[in-house]
Design a protein around this ligand. Sequence first.
Ligand SMILES: Nc1ncnc2c1ncn2[C@@H]1O[C@H](COP(=O)(O)OP(=O)(O)O)[C@@H](O)[C@H]1O
Ligand SMILES: [Mg+2]
Length: 333
Amino acid sequence: MSRAPSPLTSLPKSLDAALRPGNWDEYVGQKQVKANVRISIDAAKKRGGMPEHILFYGPPGVGKTTLAHLVAATLDAPLKSTSGVAIERAGDLAAILTNLEPGTVLFIDEIHRLSRKIEELLYPALESGHLDIVLGKGPSARTVELALSPFTLIGATTRVAELSGPLRSRFGGGVFQLDFYNDDDLRDIIRRSALLLDLKAPENVIERIAARSRATPRVANALLKRVRDFSEVHDRKLSPELCDEACELFGIDARGLTKDDRRYLETLLKSFRGGPAGVRAIASGLHEDPDTVEHVYEPYLLRLGFIERSPRGRILTLQGRSYLNGEDAGAMF
Ligand SMILES: Nc1ncnc2c1ncn2[C@@H]1O[C@H](COP(=O)(O)OP(=O)(O)O)[C@@H](O)[C@H]1O
Ligand SMILES: [Mg+2]
């Protein structure tokens, strides 16, 4: 019973692309990941080869796809993007791999969605650059090795735990977690986006939008754009007051939480006496898909410290209770 994703977790493709950092300097934060990835790239360039395969994982909208674009651009390599959902059959993967231009960066988004069979076909391609293709059927079937052009796989996933151990171990170039962003980094991102959108956004507006962006660049950009739309429709300048009015209309509070998040917390409090409660039980109480609950709502509630995970399920924390009581000490505005 999954519903449409919240408007803040999706963003029109065009806007995502327009605001996507085009070089390493524009890519804010994630310093350690950047430094590590750039070493792999520089070393590969010096050797005149391709870097080893790389995996990025973390919540939606924190810059995984952007990094794949940056890696390809820095290598001056063609980028081929696909997704774990799109590769259903062995033939799909074989077609992609055999058609790669030499030196391509192959980006597989949602790589946890690859089936076991496809994963196994991928192993020799990642390890020794060949595909094992079975020709014929029954007793006369034989396997031929098909050599592939050199390529670098960049995988991205929001669910690293669902990746098999063997697949994970094939990312010799590193497995990197992308974290939520701190307030300073979010402000930098919003400031840059405002410039690109030709918006005069005072610092106190940038601050407010950052605080409501769920520590996520994509949400920050989407919110900036919605506040811009609101100001244009009302023919008013961007100001903190306007920002508050707009957010009230959007149902986004001072912590960036939406009515879906509040419903989650209220369900945990009222139907489960604050927990512990399993994610499936909570999801069913919300008439929501457990996957969405676990991967869209919970990461930010965990980050805020409003809920905790325990072996027996989710628990509403004291902070979570204070928030529901309207006594949230951390809310800035
Ligand atoms: N580190 C960053 N610095 C600046 N903008 C970023 C950064 N990470 C993400 N963004 C912005 O957020 C948008 C979403 O990022 P994306 O790479 O698509 O996230 P993911 O693939 O993790 O879901 C990008 O288009 C970009 O505008
Ligand atoms: Mg992405």
